[in-house]
Design a protein around this ligand. Sequence first.
Ligand SMILES: NC(=O)c1ccc[n+]([C@@H]2O[C@H](COP(=O)([O-])OP(=O)(O)OC[C@H]3O[C@@H](n4cnc5c(N)ncnc54)[C@H](O)[C@@H]3O)[C@@H](O)[C@H]2O)c1
Ligand SMILES: N[C@H](CO)Cc1c[nH]c[nH+]1
Ligand SMILES: [Zn+2]
Length: 437
Amino acid sequence: MSGLQIPIEQWMSLSEAEQAQRLARPGRAQAESLREKVSVILSDVRDNGERAVLNYTREFDNPEATSLRMSSEQVDAAIAGLDDKIKRAIDTAYQTIYRFHEAQRPQNLSIETAPGVQCELRYAPLDAVGLYIPGGSATLPSTALMLGVPAQIAGCQRVVMVSPPNKQGELPAALLYAAKCCGVTDILLCGGAQAIGALAYGIESSPAVGKVFGPGNSFVTEAKQQVSQNDSGCAMDLPAGPSELLVIADDSATPAYVAADLLSQAEHGPDSQVILLTPSMAVAENVRQELIAQCAQLSRADIAEQALQASRLLVVSDMNEAIAISETYAPEHLSIQTNNARELLPQLTRAGSVFVGHYTPESGGDYATGTNHVLPTYGYARNYSSLGLVDFYRRYTVQEASRDGLRQLAEAITTLAHVEGLDAHKRAVTIRTEATP
Ligand SMILES: NC(=O)c1ccc[n+]([C@@H]2O[C@H](COP(=O)([O-])OP(=O)(O)OC[C@H]3O[C@@H](n4cnc5c(N)ncnc54)[C@H](O)[C@@H]3O)[C@@H](O)[C@H]2O)c1
Ligand SMILES: N[C@H](CO)Cc1c[nH]c[nH+]1
Ligand SMILES: [Zn+2]
């Protein structure tokens, strides 16, 4: 490791401004230039369709790109050579993810809210969805499962998967096998903001979808936010950007485990962020030693080292302080490695996903425990939910009143219409209730 110094800091010794800086997400500083660059790409795709997507694909991913769509023959040929052990691993993950998401199936409901007034809540699967599978620094077949399984369970009619091709214009066989497990056959070889534009606006060979899903780097996340705010009419799932992990550990924690977990998220990208909160200086020092020793053994050590530059080892006064900091930061992933982890759960709700105890590594949730690994980053876990089955549905209501039921509510409805000065609203009721039968 190139002598990277990861400072250990006492939280209480930091000023308020320093505390805020330690919890700031890296990479958000270039927000304006990012916004502008993504806006240019999206406008180009909107105006020039497939040609623009191919141009950006040649610029950023596959210099020889000539077409975007994968044929079923290409998919089958790629899968044919896939190692059985990998297929079995994907099958196992598919089953646990399916089990956990199937259990989330939303139920329609119908209740009488007042005598003679029946109200219903109904769920309908989204017709057409776009699934973004990251593929820049690491292609993530596991994300194909996290997005493909709920889309399959919900019964979305049209599912389009996009992912950046490599320089040979290919996608990993493991990703294609995962897609096939989920019944996804509509696959486009493109990534980044241009892929989001292709999904949201549609291109010649692929009509627009109604909602885009999936994590990605800052270009992808910014593009999702822009298309969901402009007049494309396309919705987005959640801001799932660069990976984050916050670990709360006491002296019952194993520093080697804590360091391994921190590095598992640091290796995602230079803009990942990992944070340790512990009341024990000894734990902090041992975790630091383990970080240095373990990082050197990683194939992505250079990426992890960059991420560790913006990462924190913070010694707190006590668990209450650790809880307060975690709730402020609202991490994508929160790992509680203490001797009373489950007891702390009620106080730790602002996180995308929580990992409890010494034997629940964050990478378990990334791949195969069954929970969804598409999670809010940047602190959005304060207000956004982890991805789930319900996100692949629209919700709408149905209501029916009998003549008597309307009569019973008429006074309330017409009075409120009057209060709001909306005579036609009032008349739509009185024309019925004052009519001679
Ligand atoms: N929050 C979550 O749930 C979650 C889950 C999985 C992964 N992730 C995160 O997703 C991210 C994946 O990022 P990635 O980069 O590996 O893959 P990516 O697929 O998100 O982005 C790669 C694409 O970015 C585009 N690009 C690259 N450089 C560009 C530039 N200079 N200008 C414009 N476009 C450019 C290219 O088209 C490329 O295809 C990681 O940060 C990872 O931590 C988050
Ligand atoms: N930890 C990532 C979410 O931040 C998900 C993932 C996919 N593959 C490995 N990890
Ligand atoms: Zn991960």
